[in-house]
Design a binder for this molecule. Structure first.
Ligand SMILES: Nc1ncnc2c1ncn2[C@@H]1O[C@H](COP(=O)(O)OP(=O)(O)O)[C@@H](O)[C@H]1O
Ligand SMILES: N[C@@H](CC(=O)OP(=O)(O)O)C(=O)O
Length: 466
């Protein structure tokens, strides 16, 4: 079958890790038609994408040497891995290519320092370089392991709009270009090693798909190539019942529905971003999450089938703020909700959760903490008249809160779930600040103080015996 598979930054972060990747690709290639998508090397002491972005920003602040200073470290990281993984001939061919790419950026750095300005378009040239370096390294490693493999820059495959830094694919164009480039390679049993994270506009100007965008590349290519399955190789055994860093006994969910995955991702289980997998969900392509470092584990399979049962996982969004707009005069005040959400939307703040008491005397909304100040300013401006007439008495913000979501499509119509969640928190003395449940009943979300966040996740996990 045809499988598009992606390896994240940690999965390709060292020679040792890439050795695992090469073995997985070789094993998969024996049975399947394989397209590989790779992120930039995320080494413990050198995170490539972050380093490149920092260098670009330093250039804009006047340090034209910044890229020149980090370039030798990046070159060394990739060439040292190549020396362990690739044949001497491959290494000899790789070195001048990587050097030339880094030299181009160093030159660009100087120009940016002179201009004193970093446009999003220029920043994309920096941030996307890690994937371009790494695809070449991994293709060389695969060839040295006896596979026919070829690095492919996704600038040749993924056609995007001009939203630099967070571009969206133009799917029809992408389908045509990706198939034109990749189908002939697959027909010849070549493994394409595609750069994650990057694309190009119709005019051929490089773009990036937003941080973490390599998953998106994999989702897009899986859809346009009509893969039978799409596999995301990560450093966890699959999607777990909770973040393993918070709940060490969290276990892998063998199955999950698209709906549940979407809810979990929205509420902070950043295993897969919903946008990333939208093309796969639309095309009904099954997704697997598997562990690069434990490939014998079957991982999690995600597809369209909702499962019976109750709560399946508990997730948390940290660093949120809760804004309350309230006052007795709000009762029956027509259109006030629309004005509140309009004001928040105008400053680009992302509303994570909404609750309104049925007395209509207050509306609460949670936003990322970094966006709270702008949202409050916009709300106070929008409601200035109502505040002076005391229809609205306050626009208050509670910083340092966490949103916790209990997720499971089987919760729909099952009585007693909410009671169990509240009981679990009550038993450990955690105060619930706000509660929300969508009418789809796929999740119950609640807001607690940041200092209670981890304990709340653990208490709910324990209470449902997840
Ligand atoms: N419920 C969950 N299940 C699995 N992983 C989770 C969950 N919640 C949070 N995580 C975290 O998400 C990360 C997923 O890997 P990620 O960093 O996205 O992979 P990559 O960048 O390698 O593709 C893991 O490091 C894990 O700690
Ligand atoms: N390297 C890019 C794209 C990416 O998706 O990386 P990762 O798969 O390591 O999250 C980033 O850091 O944003």
């Amino acid at each position: 079958m045809r499988v598009v598979m992606k390896f994240g930054g940690t999965s390709v972060g060292s020679a040792d890790a890439i050795r695992h990747v090469a073995r997985i690709v070789a094993d998969s290639h024996r049975e399947h038609e394989v397209v590989v998508v790779v992120s930039a090397m995320n080494a413990p002491d050198l995170r490539t994408t972050d380093t490149l972005i920092a260098a670009a920003k330093a250039a804009a602040a006047g340090n034209g040497e910044a890229t020149g200073e980090v370039a030798p470290r990046l070159l060394d990281l990739h060439l040292r891995a190549a020396a362990e993984l690739a044949s001497p001939e491959e290494c000899a061919a790789l070195e001048p290519e990587l050097r030339a790419m880094l030299a181009y950026l160093s030159n660009l750095s100087h120009s940016i320092a002179v201009l004193g300005e970093l446009t999003p378009r220029a920043l994309d040239l920096f941030s996307g370089l890690g994937e371009r370096l790494n695809a070449r390294l991994i293709a060389a490693a695969l060839r040295s392991a006896g596979l026919a493999a070829e690095a492919v820059d996704a600038t040749r495959l993924i056609v995007t709009d001009e939203h630099y830094g967070s571009a969206s694919p133009l799917m029809d164009e992408t389908r045509a270009t990706s198939r034109a480039v990749l189908e002939p390679m697959l027909a010849q049993k070549i493994v394409p090693v595609v750069t994650g994270f990057i694309g190009a506009t119709k005019a051929g100007v490089p773009t990036t798909l937003g941080r973490g965008g390599s998953d998106y590349t994999c989702g897009i290519l899986g859809a346009v190539l009509e893969a039978k399955e799409v596999w995301f190789w990560k450093e966890v055994d699959g999607v777990l019942t909770a973040n393993p860093k918070v709940v060490p006994e969290a276990r892998t969910l063998p199955r999950l529905s698209y709906n549940e995955m979407g809810e979990m991702a929205y509420y902070g289980a950043n295993v897969l971003h919903p946008k990333t997998v939208r093309p796969l969900v639309q095309a009904k392509i099954p997704i697997r999450i598997r562990n690069t470092f434990n490939p014998a584990h079957p991982g999690t399979i995600i597809n369209g089938a909702d499962m019976p049962g109750t709560a399946r996982a508990v997730t948390a969004i940290n660093d949120a703020s809760l804004i309350t707009v309230g006052g007795p005069g709000m009762l029956g005040l027509t259109g006030v909700a629309a004005r509140i959400f309009g004001a928040v939307a105008r400053v680009g703040a992302n509303t994570l959760l909404i609750t309104q008491a049925s007395s209509e005397q207050s509306v609460c909304l949670a936003v990322p903490r970094a966006e709270a100040a702008a949202a409050v300013t916009a709300l106070r401006a929008e409601l200035a008249g109502d505040l002076s007439s005391h229809n609205v008495e306050h626009v208050e913000v509670l910083d340092q809160v966490v949103i916790i979501a209990v997720v499971g499509s089987g919760m729909r119509g099952t009585p007693g779930i909410a009671g169990r969640v509240f009981g679990a928190l009550g038993n450990v003395g955690i105060n619930i600040i706000a509660i929300a449940q969508g009418s789809t009943e796929n999740n119950i979300s609640l807001v607690v103080a940041a200092s209670d966040g981890d304990a709340a996740v653990r208490a709910i996990h324990h209470s449902f015996d997840l």
